[in-house]
Design a binder for this molecule. Structure first.
Ligand SMILES: Cc1cc2nc3c(=O)[nH]c(=O)nc-3n(C[C@H](O)[C@H](O)[C@H](O)COP(=O)(O)OP(=O)(O)OC[C@H]3O[C@@H](n4cnc5c(N)ncnc54)[C@H](O)[C@@H]3O)c2cc1C
Length: 392
């Protein structure tokens, strides 16, 4: 029977980085995933020469030179810069909010004009709200919900056209029923700059993300279509597993990158997530929307975004592939995408985390194991930190 130093559950980015670090330090790893492919949510599938981001658009961006150099060991990155477009009825705006947005919205040209309009809309709203609440000029207006927060930061025009209905589609609730903290600040740029991210490094791996994970997993044994719970239930002892073809193995330690609440049988209750549904379609045209990402900010369109995958890699194919994204409530069985890190869920996660402290041979990692939204660079950093501690 084969023995592994580590059983890694999840062939996503976190599991793959940990496994790469372990293998390069002479440890043995078996990496399993319940899906029929590797790469977790960064999986890209080549269809007609176009790399389709199957679980949502992924743009790599970081300000950490060490992480940028690390990923560049496994792929060549192109010079894609994320510059999304917002479609509101028949109007089109650049995102993030910058001088191109303001100039289109108010037919103005200078930063001074834009600042003046925003400032006057904010002040007018705050003055009105103070009056409504019977507050004096010296008393502070504290926004009670996301709508109040957003208008007092952005003014009415931007809120109504670019924030309100989009946010309501994302969360499935009116902005007046969403907490103010969801929007802490709004990044306004008073320059003509459509680059969505502020990070120093940005790009898309040429040929897609799956190749990165393939390289990271070199040297490990990898089995897809294997659910950890079935693998363990079939064996019955805690350091032994049986794969679906009957092959038995033992392992010293476990890294689990699936849902921590599921690992513990939802003992304290399930953690909440937001989910996304994708409808992917091949179209017989070479250029559908002229941009990789278009946000639909009005509620009469049911989807939140359309991704046109070929534009991530400047594709010249005669056809195109698009994915419409619909935001949805998560229910067991659906793909858990975004953790809902509110007070209630964070407290519940803490209970699971405390419980996990007593499991000395089990480590948790990744977005599901740590119940935390991680961009890819942060996910890699967390995996490298764990590897440095564990493999020292
Ligand atoms: C819609 C969306 C868009 C995003 N866009 C960006 C972006 O533009 N830029 C960016 O930097 N980041 C982005 N991210 C974040 C990025 O997806 C994550 O950082 C990354 O995928 C995390 O990898 P992971 O290994 O932690 O988790 P995952 O990729 O989820 O991997 C976990 C794996 O564990 C497997 N698993 C779970 N349970 C079991 C089990 N019981 N048995 C066996 N296997 C199991 C799962 O099948 C999965 O493959 C986005 C995330 C989402 C949701």
């Amino acid at each position: 029977m084969k023995h592994y130093d580590y059983l890694v559950v999840g062939a996503g980015l976190f599991g793959a980085v940990f496994s790469h670090e372990a293998v390069s330090r002479g440890r043995s790893c078996l990496v399993i995933d319940k899906r029929d492919h590797i790469a977790g949510n960064i999986f890209t599938k080549n269809v007609d020469g176009i790399n389709v981001h199957v679980y949502g658009a992924h743009i790599f961006h970081t300000s950490d030179k060490r992480i940028w150099e690390y990923v560049n060991r496994f792929a060549e990155f192109n010079n894609y810069v994320n510059s999304p477009i917002a479609a509101y009825h028949d109007e089109t705006y650049n995102l993030p909010f910058n001088m191109n947005t303001f100039s289109r919205m108010w037919n103005i040209r200078t930063p001074e004009e834009a600042e003046k309009i925003i400032e006057s809309q904010r002040n007018e709203y705050i003055a009105g709200m103070k009056k409504e609440r019977g507050l004096s000029d010296d008393e502070e207006f504290v926004p009670a919900n996301l709508e109040e927060q957003a208008i007092s930061l952005a003014g009415r025009d931007i809120y109504e056209k670019l924030i309100k209905e989009y946010t309501e589609k994302q969360w499935g609730r009116p902005c007046t029923e969403l907490p103010a903290f969801i929007i802490k600040r709004l990044p306004f740029r008073f320059i003509y700059d459509n680059n969505y991210f502020n990070d120093r490094y940005q790009g898309i791996p040429v040929g897609g993300y799956t190749g990165i994970v393939e390289k990271l997993l070199e040297g490990a044994d990898v089995r897809t279509g294997e659910n950890y719970f079935d693998v363990m239930n079939s064996a019955g002892t805690c350091h032994e597993g049986v794969l679906s073809d009957g092959e038995r193995f033992t392992f010293s330690k476990l890294l689990f990158t699936g849902q921590i609440d599921e690992f513990y049988g939802y003992k304290f209750g399930p953690l909440q997530y937001r989910s996304v549904r994708f409808e992917t379609e091949k179209l017989d045209t070479d250029n559908f929307q002229g941009n990789a990402v278009v946000n639909y900010t009005s509620k009469d369109v049911p989807w939140t975004r359309i991704i046109e995958h070929k534009h991530f890699e400047f594709g010249k194919q005669p056809v195109t592939i698009i994915s419409r994204e619909y935001s949805s409530e998560w229910e067991p069985g659906a793909e858990p995408y975004y953790p809902v890190n509110d007070e209630k869920n964070n407290a519940l996660y803490e209970k699971y985390r405390n419980l996990s402290e007593s499991d000395k041979d089990v480590m948790f990692g990744g977005r599901l194991g740590l119940y935390k939204y991680y961009d890819m660079d942060k996910d890699i950093m967390a995996a490298l930190d764990l590897a440095a501690k564990e493999l020292a």
